[in-house]
Structure formats: structure tokens, C-alpha cells
Design a protein around this ligand. Sequence first.
Ligand code: EPU
Length: 345
Amino acid sequence: MNSGQNASSHPKSSPNLDLQDRNTFGFDASAELAYEITATDQISGIMQEIAEKQLTWRVLGGGSNVILPKVLPGATLLMNITGQQIITADASSTLIAVGGGVNWHEFVAWTLENDLPGLENLALIPGTVGAAPIQNIGAYGVEIGEYIDSVEAFDSKSHAFVTLTKDACQFAYRDSYFKKNPHHYIVTKVVFKIPKLWHARIHYADLAKQFSKNSSPSSEDVFLAVCKIRTHKLPDPKVIGNAGSFFQNPIVPNEQYETLLQKHPGLVSYPDAAGKRKLAAGWLIDQCGFKGRRMGDVGVYEKQALVLVNHGNGTAEDILGLAKCIQDKVRKEFGVSLDIEPNIL
Ligand code: EPU
């Protein structure tokens, strides 16, 4: 790694740290006690101090997939380990090690500048590299788990650094071992494996439409197209607070899908694992008439019903109240449960 890794330093904590700029919903929130992590060798001391003080803890990356309360109790670890480096390259692939605190989109842009195409479908996803494996970020037909070789992390149970193979990460749709076990590992570094053989992955409807007249776009073309689609459909968190998709696309058995389709011929869905079907939650919410609806200072984004937004002074309670209204209505209309995607801290 080219920065931060060897700089040994004593854990430094900040009480009552303001987190309004560190959560993309822009909620007025603060951390009771925050530790900034800029090097791996700070972690052991910080975790020892946290254990001695008997504090609860969690890691905060870019804050783009969280719902924060007014005060986050206990210790909040701010992951700021940077640096990215090509470790090895052979005829078939390139391995790149990247610090958990690196900005995701900047890393994707860097891979393209270094002639390592593959991640372009995941351009402009907010957040950090360390958070990417937690929810197995995905967009436009690609999930990051496909490109991860291993993850390096601090194991809070054994108090040692470990390397998790891709299999150990248990990647699934918006899911991983880390997401199911939030207090086990602190992700410090992600090792990506980028195959040398590249082809544009443009089968996803929005991209297929963009390239209807160009069936062999470059990785740069795909990158720019993804940026254009996302900018058009999704609100910029710097302008209007949001955490991207607020609900997961629900996965239902094929029989339930067939029954729903008969009743609702416009139902949007995708094939999933054997015998299952993934429904477009945005479509379900849209059909219930929520798009653009406002409840106090929170609401449903006017161009994409899957995105809930903070119009200014909204709180975690407000957003969860709106989410409950949506969940109840969708269950009543379609008999389908929607799971909240961001982590409620
Ligand atoms: N739709 C509607 N009305 C809406 C929104 C969507 O009818 O208000 C329909 C669309 O017309 C489309 C379908 O629903 O036919 C799916 O919509 P879209 O292609 O926008 O994708 P999505 O399923 O809503 C998922 C991911 C996004 C990712 C896009 C593109 C989840 C939960 N969300 O959204 O991820 O960018 O696909 O691949 O899987 C995120 O996780 O934060 C995120 C933005």
C-alpha cells in the first residue's frame, strides 16, 4: 500500500463528533466517541481500549448506506485507510490491493485510467472500498463479489488480522458474511482480481438502450453511460439527502410471481436463483402511488420510487415512518414484504 499502512500511532478519540457530513441522508447526528483509523496498526489498541471501556462499536465508511440516530452511542470507527497498489499481474488477471477508506468511485476511475477495465458498471456508487463487500454492491448487471479475490480484516474475536477468501465472504444479492455478522470483522483492505479478458456487460435494460446502435462500446463508453444514467435517475446526496435504494428488490417463489403477473401484467421482474424471481421494488412502490410523495421533511424521490430522500430536517424516525407506510401498502396491494437496505444504527 502506498500510504498510511506503517504509520504507528496511539489511538486518538474524539467525543461528540458531528456526523451530519458523514452520512449521505444528511441527518443531524453525532458519535458519542469517534476513532479515526488511518493505519492498520492503530486498530488493535483501539479495540483494546473499547473492550476496557465496555463500549458497543461499529465501523462507518462513507455513510452512504446507513440510517443514523441523533446520537450514536459507544464507539464509532471512522475507516480512513487509503492507498491502492497493483500486487501481481499475469496473463489472465491483475490483483489490486485497496485500502478500506478509499472512495469507491475514485477507485473505479483509477482502474480505467490504469487500463484495468471490469468495474465500469459500478461507477458513481457512493461510499468506500471497505464498505463495498459488506452489502456486495451491485448495479447494471454486475456485483462486486465477482471481482473480489480476498478481504483483509481485523477479527474482533481473536484480536488478529485475517484474510478471508471470496468463498468465506459468502456473497449473495446485497448480502455477505460481514452484513450478517456486523460485530465480527473490521475490513481494512480489499484485494480485487480483474481478469485480463474484457467484454462490455451491457445486457441490463438501461444500458442496452444506451448502446442499441453501438454493440461494442469501450469500457470508457460504459463508464460514461453508467454515470449519465445514475446522474439522471438518482439524486446527488450533496444536493438532496438519500442512501440510494432504500429497499431490496424482493425475491419471491416462481408460483407467487406467476399469480402476481396474472393480476398485474405490467409487473417488472428478473429471473433469480432456481425457482425464484426478483421483483422491481421501485415498480411496486410506484404502482402504490408513492413516487414524489412527501411526508413532512422526508419523501419518495420523484424520478425513482425506490429512493427515499431527506428534504432538509428529516430524522431517522421520519424516514422509518415513511418506510413503514410504504411496506404496509405494498404488502396490502401485492402480498410482498420489502426489506430495508441501509443499516439502521
Ligand atoms: N421502476 C418503476 N418506477 C420507479 C422505479 C423503477 O416503474 O419509480 C421500474 C423501472 O422502470 C425498471 C425497474 O423498476 O423497469 C427497475 O428499476 P431500475 O432499473 O431503476 O433498478 P432498480 O431495481 O430500482 C437496482 C439497484 C440499484 C442499481 C440499479 C441498476 C437494488 C435494490 N437496487 O435498482 O442499486 O443502481 O438496479 O442496476 O438492487 C443501490 O443499491 O443503492 C442502488 C441504487
